[in-house]
Write a protein that binds this ligand. Structure first.
Ligand code: UD1
Length: 407
């Protein structure tokens, strides 16, 4: 394959910023919105609560939340995605009351939300958990919250609840992922007073009102990484445009260790094609700026054809190796013990029918399918559509032989 591919807006920023717009007293126009399933579901959810949402301009969402009155999204919608938990923080921040059914999302192990709830409690909310999470706070007061685990979701959710609280909130041991900063920038654009996003400590000075705003999302770190892995695995000269190379340093470093040269431009990346097989490496997933757990799965497809034995330690989620069973059907050799996968590189993968069991595991199967001999049929593509915009079309434009077919 060869050519140029443009990275879409960040999924994990979009899925937090869309609920965050509920906090505004006016209309929010957000650009660089990826056209993915999770965005469509959130748009539908906000509409069901009474917001006016317009997705008719590609890459843009307009949200007028002023007429929202309902604080109870339906379980049919919240179950479709993980990020529906942001409705808790956003509705609590605006109405001091939220009744939100549990979130769904990919099964990659236990995904508790105790840290989110601990933050809401610290701000003065009482929480009742039945088959829904009911959160009530006659008033919200700034507080100090120390997160026991570094959680992207909890960091953002507590920010959402705290921006309109009385007084100052300090969140310690925060997640530092690029999308945490993007959400803080969006809220600050609306008039919030958040400092320190991107560091371990976030300080939020509560404000009374948040106004309308225009905002443009950052590019998706995980999509960028997926293209880098695809370029490396298929030995293709692909220019990856509209990305932020500094967000990719952990992956760039691992690719360099595996023998690839990574060329960084201002907002472009290129992996120089390597004729030899990749070298085996050890990978440990970590919170940002460490190696992202979301890239561990696509990266394992590259390591399946590496020269030698690679080891992946997954420190964030305990069930994130299910895709390796599918890779084994393609000739991959791996063994999983607890949270460690040992991958014995093989010369070739072969293309039978495989099934995507989650979003990033699905991306791994696409990487594998591109390098496998013969035709690979990947089912379960609805998972992949949740997070990758027009992935089939983007691959076709680069020269890949890939088609979406009806089962
Ligand atoms: C988010 C991302 C997901 C990514 C993950 C880690 C979204 C919508 N999803 O998921 O793509 O893989 O960050 O970068 O942005 N934890 C607790 N209690 C909590 C919250 C989390 O124990 O209250 C644990 C989790 O089980 C996990 C770790 O903390 O072991 C990190 O989770 P977290 O960062 O919260 O991940 P998600 O928000 O689920």
């Amino acid at each position: 394959m060869h050519g140029t591919v443009s990275v879409s807006g960040a999924k994990n920023a979009a899925v937090a910023i869309i609920p965050a717009a509920l906090l505004s007293d006016g209309v929010c126009v957000i650009d660089n919105i990826p056209q993915i399933e999770d965005v469509k579901v959130l748009a539908e959810t906000l509409t069901s609560l009474g917001a006016q949402v317009d997705l008719s301009v590609p890459g843009q969402i307009t949200i007028d939340p002023t007429k929202v009155q309902c604080v109870c999204p339906s379980e049919a919608l919240t179950r479709k995605m993980r990020a529906s938990y942001y409705l808790m923080g956003a509705l609590l921040g605006r109405f001091r009351h939220a009744v939100v059914p549990p979130p769904g999302g990919c099964y990659i192990g236990k995904r508790p939300i105790d840290q989110h709830l601990k933050g809401f409690s610290a701000l003065g909310a009482t929480i009742k958990q039945t088959n829904v999470v009911e959160i009530d706070a006659p008033s919200l007061t700034g507080a100090e919250v120390y997160l026991d685990v570094v959680s992207v979701g909890a960091t953002i959710n507590i920010m959402l609840a705290a921006v309109k609280a009385e007084g100052t909130t300090m969140i310690f041991n925060c997640a530092k992922e690029p999308h945490v900063i993007d959400v803080a920038n969006f809220l600050n654009n609306m008039g919030a007073r958040i400092k320190g996003a991107g560091t371990d400590v976030i300080k939020i000075q509560g404000v009374k009102r948040l106004r309308s705003c225009n905002y443009t999302l950052i590019p998706d770190q995980i999509e960028t990484g997926t293209w880098m892995i695809i370029a490396a695995a298929t030995r293709s000269d692909i220019l990856i445009r509209n990305c932020i190379p500094t967000h990719m340093e952990s992956l760039s470093a691992k690719l360099a260790e595996a023998g690839f040269r990574v060329e960084e431009g201002e907002d472009t990346l290129r992996i120089l094609p390597r004729t030899a097989r990749p070298r085996a490496v050890r990978v440990k997933t970590m919170v940002y700026p460490g190696f992202p757990t979301d890239l561990q799965q696509p990266f394992s497809a590259l390591l399946s054809v590496a020269e030698g034995t690679s080891v992946i330690s997954e420190t964030i989620f305990e069930q994130r190796f299910r895709h390796l069973d599918e890779l084994q059907k393609m000739g991959g050799k791996s063994e999983v013990t607890d949270r460690t996968a040992v991958i014995q590189g093989v010369e070739k993968l072969y293309g039978p029918d495989v099934e995507a069991l989650d979003l990033r595991g699905g991306a791994a199967l696409i990487v594998a399918g591109l390098i496998a001999e013969g035709t690979t049929v990947v089912s379960g593509v609805h998972y992949i559509d949740r997070g990758y915009e027009r992935i089939v079309e983007k691959l076709q434009a680069l020269g890949a032989d890939i088609q979406r077919v009806k089962a």
